[in-house]
Design a protein around this ligand. Structure first.
Ligand SMILES: [Zn+2]
Length: 337
């Protein structure tokens, strides 16, 4: 059996696929825009696997999917930004491409990758937060992925952190990801602009001239240049990040928290402030051991690398494409060293 597997991270706007080895190294990477229909999406995935499979000898495929999967990962129940509904994605793809295929929630895949190869370095209770458009979360709890009773845990982006706060696409108000994400940074800038004068801010001038030009990425670049408006937006972000982490730590008491995702790369702008807020808001502050809070080592490749690792581990455990992954098998995916 080849040591190489293909990992594919299927996001709402783009798809990244790579051939990955058993040390988490990507050998050959492809990208594509995410098609809008299920048929076009499946055709695109088959084409990526066909192309990579023609260049490398691979033994299986792992898919990191941004959506709700059943606990056994056999079925994608719903994915807000993908066309699949109650779809047996892995089994059907396996029949088309002739390789074993395994599906995993994207944040769980990222948590597996950070745990095996990255910043989470085999922590016993580690939380990986993927902060981008929203917040995705993967939790390694007592050395294994924690999924909850029905496969949806941990859905941390939608815990309410500001009662009656900003509206969220989930239907609630004040969700954590509405204050602590790339898109939230943009909303914070709009609110700060309405609240005060920002005479020396280039970002404020740009926003006045063309409000649509302000993105999370632009705010991070402005903050790196010392722009006061951008720095104030990151101070707000850091404060909500620290507060949310303190709430989560009161439930799970993790030893390690890794901040990944698109905003994870800008961790130098907020991580120290978030740590301070976290330490101050924690119940029993000063009398308990603080979790280490780190930036990602794998960046936006974590989901893709983790998907490949899930496939490799499932294959080495003797699973077949049509046999769904049991908890014990996934536990070994995280426990194996
Ligand atoms: Zn929400």
């Amino acid at each position: 059996m080849s040591d190489l597997t293909i990992g594919i991270d299927i996001g709402g706007t783009s798809i990244r696929a790579a051939v990955v080895d058993d040390r988490g190294e990507s050998m050959d990477t492809l990208r594509a825009a995410t098609p809008a229909t299920a048929q076009a999406l499946e055709h695109c995935l088959d084409r990526l696997v066909g192309e990579l499979g023609s260049r490398w000898s691979v033994s299986g495929v792992g898919l990191a999917i941004a959506g709700f999967l059943t606990r056994d990962r056999s079925t994608v129940r719903f994915a807000p930004h993908l066309p699949w509904r109650e779809a047996r994605v892995a089994e059907e793809m396996s029949a088309r491409v002739g390789l074993p295929v395994f599906a995993e929630h994207d944040a769980n895949a990222a948590a597996v990758a950070e745990w095996r190869f990255g910043a989470a370095g085999h922590g016993q209770n580690s939380l990986v937060l993927a902060i981008g458009t929203g917040i995705g979360a993967g939790l390694v709890f007592d050395g294994r992925l924690y999924r909850g009773s029905y496969g949806v845990a941990p859905e941390l982006g939608h815990i309410v952190i500001v009662p009656d706060g900003r509206p969220c696409s989930c239907g609630k108000r004040g969700c954590w990801e509405r204050y602590c994400s790339g898109t939230a940074l943009v909303d914070t800038v709009v609110e700060l602009l309405a609240d005060a004068e920002w005479g020396r801010s280039k970002l404020a001038d740009e926003s006045a001239a063309d409000p649509g030009s302000v993105t999370g990425r632009r705010i991070a670049a402005a903050a790196n240049e010392g722009d006061p408006l951008a720095l104030a937006a990151f101070a707000s972000f850091a404060s909500y990040l620290g507060q949310g982490l303190a709430m989560i730590a009161d439930v799970f008491d993790p030893d390690l928290i890794v901040i990944a995702g698109g905003v994870g790369r800008a961790s130098g702008l907020y991580l120290d402030d978030a740590r301070e807020q976290y330490a101050a808001m924690l119940t029993g502050a000063g009398y308990r051991t603080l979790a280490r809070i780190r930036g990602t080592q794998l960046g936006e490749s974590a989901g893709m690398i983790g998907a490949a690792e899930v496939a490799r581990t499932m294959l080495s455990d003797g699973a077949t494409a049509t046999r769904t992954a049991g908890d014990a098998q996934l536990a070994r995916a995280v426990l194996r060293d």
